[in-house]
Design a protein around this ligand. Sequence first.
Ligand code: PPS
Length: 574
Amino acid sequence: MANTPHGGSLKDLIARDLPRQAELLAEAEKLYSIVLNERQLCDLELLLNGGFSPLEGFMNKADYESVLDNVRLANGLVWSMPITLDLSEKQISDGKLQAGSRVALRNPQNDGILAILTVQDVYTPDKKREAIAIFGADDVAHPAVHYLHNVAKDHYVGGSLEAISLPAHYDYVETRYTPAELRAYFKKLNWTRVVAFQTRNPMHRAHRELTVRAARSRQCNVLIHPVVGMTKPGDIDHFTRVRVYKAILRKYPQGMAALSLLPLAMRMGGPREALWHAIIRKNFGCTHFIVGRDHAGPGKNSQGKDFYGPYDAQDLVAKYKDELDIEVVPFQMVAYVPETDEYIPADEVPEGVKTLNISGTELRRRLRTGAPIPDWFTYPEVQIILRESHPPRSKQGFTVFFTGYWNSGAAEVAQALQMSLNQGGQRPTTLLLGETIRSELSSELGFSKRDRDLNISRIAFVAGEITKSGGAVIAAPIAPYEAARNEARKVVEKAGAFFLVHVATPLDDCIKRDRSGTYERAKQGLIKGFTGIDDPYEAPEKPDIRVDASKMPVSQIVHEIILLLEKEGYIGER
Ligand code: PPS
């Protein structure tokens, strides 16, 4: 038998409201509607499918206050995390929202209607108080406190939900189970004791070992229950992680473990989050839950100290143990002992015995540089998956972005650089010369500041997409404005490396070298707003390379760029 849901019954609003679906949808189409953000969408999904039982809607003021002050709902049931719907003043006045209003909630991905909320109350939270009560400090270094102050709107709207539809998913659909589905799955498998493992990271040998140890100690089956909603910014994307979990699953004895994805928006709330996670797992039918060291820890605060102690989460769940009805299995990380080639709990390592570990930072470094990752740390299958989505720099894309006066020599250098890179043949190379872009992408644009900025942002968009796909981009517009260049860097750096090369050939030399008479026509006013003549050029403050094509031959400039790319690991050994 799967565990009893928190509060006694599963609040599967989808199942409850299914008979009225058509009627609710017809009503919702006429109501004022709110398009949820990504976090609200995650919360809604778990409210609708019963993952947040006994909640049947977003918290009203009484429940919210009680959760803040007492770690309980107003009815006394243990609950640790506010589940609130934050709205702006404008949304509240546009929708004339007050007790009794009915509002449609829409999916931001496709605008589809998911639910109707019947408003109980509209209230204004004291965000500082919430930050301190829930996360322990009003410090925006904490991602959820940052969210609270910078993303969450000013008012909360409490109310009950009627379900119309769950958000559709298109990835790993076969591994997404609602609480009801997971309970049915456990029943089918005859699993009566299930220990859930929460994770937002790839799993390695150590995690396999600690989950098997937990299962052994409590005679359980294992549910790998990773969060695929929202995790800590900077985490490895869930697409990669799920491939890893699927590979890890094959490392458990046949029939011991299962995988289900949890569309939760984590808050990184340490102790309170651990309690919340335990309640959620109870709702998914699990009887046991592993709470590790520094569970859902957000890292360092703005003073450089950890927000929570390593065992705060375990201590808080222990405090509510009698009311939780899910057995928490506290676990320290296991450590690898090379001498015996085994993993044992870190606190059981005898004194003087050497252990090995690879930190997350060190793993990322090895992935970035292509340095070997030992088999004792992770399975070869996992390593292959991680390397596919984190290719070493020699396989990543990059953009070399030139800027300089017209006729500075940048175009010649750009073309020569393309030849040189093509000769190496490590990746496809795209040359985006000013004239090509002007004729292919920006033919309707002129040379006002606005048009030039738009031109550069189009180049940046294309460069970013190609860089993301592993190509090399060489772009050579005039790009006279620092802000537009900085913006281009930001866009491209989301996808890979960006190198700014300033071809700082003095204007006089650019004019002297001009055999087409373009500068002459600009001087005569036949071309208006020409860069350097009657339009500004802002030299970049911090280019990665600055060269003067009137003093250095093209081949030497190219070589300087090649040396930089080699030093940064983008070209060279393959
Ligand atoms: S920008 O500022 O980066 O958007 O400029 P860019 O796209 O590189 O455009 C440079 C080409 O446009 C011709 N041209 C002008 N340049 C600067 N100012 C004005 N007013 C202007 N009018 C036309 C310039 O000669 C470059 O042409 P190509 O064909 O590339 O040599």
